[in-house]
Ligand binder design. Structure first.
Ligand code: ZN
Length: 161
């Protein structure tokens, strides 16, 4: 998470970051897009500090959206790169290879899991419990997508809304 000070500093420093009225940060390309925009992800990695450690950079949702801690670790292992390698010491091919691994591993996991899931990536499809269309929306500072059934999951309307 960015602190308030870092967020302001990023705003002062450049046009890359946009804040919406709700304060959501602009996200990097989605690792689960078909196909993922690896060139843009590598460009985003190059845009940051060359001394930033690769394992840290991969979790930055403005660089690439959707890589969590598990898939960061697994994809770095498959690409034979240490999470402590400074981004500036990795070649473009190496950066692309770790992003490829993350995409490949995460897509395989999502597909294996997809038959049994109730809401994740099922926006607009009927709830398996009540038939209501599943909703999705970005939530929180990192604007991660939440998926839920508005009929049978309690708490849909925030108090005072
Ligand atoms: Zn439901």
């Amino acid at each position: 998470m960015l602190s308030g000070v870092e967020r302001e500093a990023l705003l002062w420093n450049g046009p890359v970051l946009e804040l919406s009225a709700r304060g959501a940060r602009r996200l990097g390309p989605d690792i689960l897009a078909e196909p993922p925009d690896f060139d843009a992800m590598v460009a985003n990695l190059r845009h940051g500090s060359p001394r930033r450690e690769l394992g840290d950079a991969l979790l930055d949702q403005r660089v690439v959206a959707g890589v969590g801690n598990i898939w960061k670790a697994e994809s770095l292992w498959h690409a034979r790169l240490s999470p402590r390698l400074p981004v500036g010491e990795a070649s473009d091919d190496e950066l692309e290879s770790v992003l490829h691994e993350a995409s490949r591993l995460m897509r395989a996991a999502v597909e294996r899991w997809s038959d049994g899931r109730a809401v994740y990536k099922r926006a607009g499809r009927p709830c398996r419990r009540c038939g209501e269309p599943i909703r999705s929306r970005g939530q929180g500072d990192a604007n991660r997508t939440a998926y839920w059934c508005p009929r049978c999951q309690r708490g849909e309307e925030p108090p005072g809304a």
